[in-house]
Design a protein around this ligand. Structure first.
Ligand SMILES: O=C(CO)COP(=O)(O)O
Length: 264
């Protein structure tokens, strides 16, 4: 097993399709102020928000104009660079808005938009091509879990999404383990469960890209993370952060999640 190196934890807020434009601008300011008040240091714990596409330009203006300690990214991207793909948003456009990250393969896109492993892999490749860091989501549904196949299933999703990438490219990816049954349900994976899965994902990264790369890749947990559950989850050696949905829409709660390590 790869030894743990200094991986800077990442706390990421996936706003999903919530908040109108004015509310989104208000939330990003509240989060930034809350972080400032809490003495947040982006080099110690990195914070990123993922608003809807239509808010990204305003978020860019706020973050750059006020030099906010906050990264941001898109919730999805097109596998294509440009052209006749009505409704798609290119990684090139996200890069022009100074996005650092883009979420790829979220279970809601896999399920609702029928994105299969091949589509997810092409989106990971597109993100990397445009200099974006893909936050690659993997995780099992309840049926798979009950059948006792959760590790095999989730590791296979990772393998498929990284197919054909070099070790250097894999080293630029963030992985998020999001068990589908825990998303938006209030049910959190136990810290032991999360650790076991994240360790299995890291072992697969090691097989694909070598020990050094595997030790450097951040693996997040997502699924009903709240300020109360974050410290135990994030204390696990292979859990390097959280991908937060509902709780990221509440600035105070989200900032409390970011402060997970002061709760130890
Ligand atoms: O899907 C998620 C983040 O991407 C998790 O959402 P919740 O935190 O609302 O369960």
């Amino acid at each position: 097993m790869a030894e743990q190196t200094a991986r800077i934890p990442l706390i990421a807020g996936n706003w999903k399709m919530n908040l109108d434009h004015m509310q989104a601008v208000d939330l990003v300011q509240k989060v930034a102020w809350g972080l400032k008040d809490a003495g947040h240091d982006q080099d110690r714990v990195e914070v990123a928000v993922f608003p809807p596409f239509t808010d990204l330009r305003s978020v860019q203006t706020l973050v750059k104009g006020d030099r906010l300690e906050l990264a941001y990214g898109g919730q999805d991207l097109s596998p294509h660079a440009s052209g006749a793909y009505t409704g798609d948003v290119s990684g090139a456009f996200l890069a022009r808005l100074d996005c650092t990250y883009v979420i790829v393969g979220h279970s809601e896109r896999r399920e609702i938009h029928a994105e299969d492993d091949a589509v997810v892999a092409s989106k990971v490749a597109a993100a990397l091509e445009h200099g974006l860091v893909p936050v690659l989501c993997v995780g099992e549904g309840l049926e798979v879990r009950q059948a006792g196949r959760r590790v095999d299933h989730t590791v296979a999703q990772l393998t498929a999404a990284l197919d054909g990438l070099s070790a250097e490219q894999i080293g630029r990816v963030v992985v998020a383990y999001e068990p589908v049954w825990a998303i938006g349900t209030g049910e959190v994976a136990g810290a032991d469960d999360a650790q076991q899965m994240c360790a299995a994902l890291r072992a697969e990264l090691e097989r694909l890209a070598g020990e050094e790369t595997a030790a450097s890749v951040r693996i997040l947990y997502g699924g009903s993370v709240k300020a109360a559950s974050a410290p135990e989850l994030l204390a696990q050696p292979d859990v390097d952060g959280a991908l937060v949905g509902g709780a990221s829409l509440d600035a105070d709660e989200f900032v409390r999640i970011v402060q997970f390590d002061s709760a130890f």
